[in-house]
Design a protein around this ligand. Structure first.
Ligand code: FIX
Ligand code: ZN
Length: 431
């Protein structure tokens, strides 16, 4: 990634005085900038059953399953009994043929098909399936990354997922475009299950975490850090997350996770505000959200000044709170427009309020992509809104009497789309 960071400084200074020039260069720089996608659910081909790519995976994405259930008379269980191709055919017919693909998730699939030279108005999936059947996975992956201008992605690596553990046990051939993040939801949010998995993995754990359990849980985390060299430790947290927290989660975060992050020089990523299984029948599509208490983030940042916190919040109503909290704590880095916020209208709003309150000291977006080809719509859609928001802010600076240069625009965009994250990762820390 270093080469991506250093190339920008080669661009000559070109003071821009006019709004039109500013908008033109901002749009160009944002379009051309390679992003570092710091939160995804993507995996390289070596992770076999965990990788998702192709038209059937695109159309059975849980965002679309939720929308399908609103368009057809069918119980989710009935849908799940269909084969994946049959599910995809049903989604295509219901959401793309018999309805106009107006939602972000359906409009995104239209963008993907167009980017791949496929007909987004097709009456069925025959053409798309032939295309994906004939692609060479490694060439296709390279083409998607290149077209989306994605320099690297961070996976979501769950040491409590037996499929993932199996891959690591086999010693996967790693791909330097895919980086790791150690995801700790089971350990921190479901202690009975986390305890069971720790014990199954050979680490003693008491029913209520005690000092010995803390040592064992730290051994477990250290072992996985050694194994996968994550760029950060991560957890998603419910909207009622509080800090200081009582119970296993509070103790494990305080006595295991935060010390491990400090000792290994790793940020702790908290994704706050998810209300899991609001409708359990929908499985992955059944999660919702709630407004969270940002004072939990403030207290954690204040109590642990030597930890660095990457934070994203799921409620639109928490975004302004998070910006204000970030103004108070330099060890807090807001990131992304997560999940239900990853819609152009809200990406625009969030980016604008972040620019107004934080300048360029935030991570503008992550894709959260689960299917490889989603990079071909999630990033173009985000780039457009980030570009428009940033250009408006630059125009304000110029209209207030200070020109901006192309080099400054490139520096700023690089920070928002890659460098603000990369500067927090161990390799950069040690550099
Ligand atoms: O917790 C997470 O990483 C969420 O992003 C996922 O659980 C969620 O299903 C998702 O993919 C949202 O985009
Ligand atoms: Zn995610």
């Amino acid at each position: 990634m270093t080469e991506i960071v250093e190339n920008r400084t080669a661009v000559p200074q070109q003071p821009l005085h006019g709004a039109e020039d500013v908008r033109l260069h901002t749009a160009r720089v944002v379009q051309e900038m390679a992003v570092f996608d710091m939160h995804t659910h993507l995996f390289p081909p070596a992770f076999t059953e965990l990788t998702r790519s192709g038209i059937d995976d695109l159309l059975t994405y849980h965002y679309l399953v939720a929308e399908l259930m609103r368009a057809v008379e069918m119980r989710p269980e009935q849908f799940r009994r269909l084969t994946k191709p049959a599910q995809a055919d049903l989604v295509w017919d219901a959401l793309f043929v018999r309805n106009t693909p107006l939602s972000e998730a359906t409009c995104g699939v239209v963008a993907v098909l167009s980017a791949l030279g496929l007909d987004p108005s097709a009456p069925n999936l025959t053409e798309a399936r032939e295309f994906f059947r004939d692609v060479t996975p490694s060439d296709h992956l390279a083409r998607v990354f290149d077209r989306a201008r994605v320099g690297g992605v961070v996976m979501t690596n769950d040491p409590f997922d037996t499929r993932e553990v199996r891959v690591w046990d086999e010693g996967p051939e790693l791909d330097d475009r895919f980086h790791t993040a150690l995801r700790l939801d089971t350990l921190l949010n479901d202690w009975p299950e986390g305890r069971k998995r720790l014990i199954a993995a050979g680490y003693a754990a008491a029913a209520e975490p005690d000092a010995a359990t803390v040592v064992q849980a730290r051994r477990f985390i250290d072992a996985w850090i050694a194994r996968m060299a994550p760029l950060y430790l991560a957890v998603s947290l419910p909207d009622d997350f509080a800090w200081p927290g009582d119970g296993p989660r509070g103790l494990l975060i305080r006595d295991v996770v935060l010390p491990a992050c400090r000792d290994h020089g790793l940020p702790f990523a908290m994704m706050i505000g998810v209300r899991r299984a609001v409708n359990p029948e929908l499985h992955d599509a059944g999660d919702g959200l709630g407004r969270a208490d940002v004072t939990a983030v403030q207290r954690m940042c204040a109590e642990h000044p030597d930890n660095r916190f990457l934070v994203t919040m799921l409620s639109r109503e928490n975004q302004h709170d998070l910006c204000v909290a970030a103004r108070k704590f330099s060890n807090l880095m807001p990131f992304g427009c997560w999940w239900f916020l990853n819609n152009p209208s809200i990406v625009s709003e969030i980016t604008r309020e972040r620019l107004e309150m934080l300048g360029t000291s935030f991570i503008a977006q992550h894709s959260d992509a689960r299917v490889l080809e989603q990079l071909l719509y999630k990033w173009p859609h985000a780039r457009r809104e980030i570009s428009l928001a940033l250009a408006d802010q630059y125009v304000r600076v110029v209209e207030n009497g200070r020109p901006v240069t192309v080099a400054e625009i490139e520096r700023d965009v690089g920070r928002l789309l890659a460098d603000n994250f990369l500067q927090w990762t161990p390799s950069r820390q040690s550099a």
